[in-house]
Design a protein around this ligand. Sequence first.
Ligand code: FDA
Length: 303
Amino acid sequence: MLRSFLLFLSREQRLRRWMETSPVAHRWAHRFVAGDTLDQALRACRRVNTEGISATLDYLGENVRTRQEAAQCRDAYLRTLGAIVENGIESHVSLKLTQFGIDVDEDACLENVRSLVKCAADANTFVRVDMESSAYTSRTLRLVEDLHVRYGACGTVIQAYLHRSGDDIERLNARRIRVRLCKGAYLEPPSVAFQHKRDVDRNYLNLARVLLGRGNYPAIATHDEAIVRDILAYSRRNSISPDRFEFQMLYGIRRDLQRKLVADGYRLRLYIPYGEAWYPYFMRRLAERPANLLFLAKNLFRE
Ligand code: FDA
């Protein structure tokens, strides 16, 4: 219930306007967001790089309404990629198609992403196209497949809560497209998605095993310790060496588990968001763990 309510609020524009301009809410967001500026994001990357952790930078923003906004986003990403390469930072970028204008003009969106993926290919780095709600799944996969044939240098995300994900993974594996596997962060109906955590977790493990066996350098994106333990045991049993996959986690979440994985010799990449449009991202993080609300309330009390 609370999860659904928080996900509903994540699309509320008035609350969004208030939150993104409120200094208090701004401080809350900094638990999950590296900062407003590229410089702050690069600083966060350097910090995690020194701990043996790589990064993927997300310039926050989604559901842009004009071609111009989409082009501004593309330019911000081009600057981010340029700064990563110039500064020798161990990081990719992750983007959302609604930020690159898919709702405004699908061809222009493809062109925006194409220019970024081409740059990534030239610089020998990588673009991850995040997965949004199920309304975008097929279009996202089509776009990534198209760009992958032309440039390589890009991959996408599969959500274990969707019923269709097993088939999607087979298709992506056959094309050697890199997959990040996550549970899924949007509100979806029972017709398209599992509704209970135990079903999502079971599907996650099944899909992760398929990816570890036949995928191209899959990313296991979760903070779920039981799943992480299972993956480690499975990879050891099947002699899958730690350099054939990586774990991914979100900035600011389960730092203890992050450190342990790195100390045990596993690869870890942190998803580091930055930028002023942090509200929908922040609300999805609250919805994943409503206990975070208590944490925020306590901080509010202190301030
Ligand atoms: P689960 O939600 O079961 O949580 C397991 C444990 O992790 C919790 O008990 C808690 O300890 C900790 N935890 C999880 N979330 C937390 C939070 N917000 N605050 C504090 N603790 C928390 N989704 C999507 O739909 N499209 C995408 O493209 C991506 N991309 C993506 C990239 C990366 C690197 C990650 C790690 C995740 C995503 N996600 C995503 C989000 C994903 O779908 C999912 O919502 C979250 O990862 C939470 O699920 P867990 O697998 O962590 O398990």
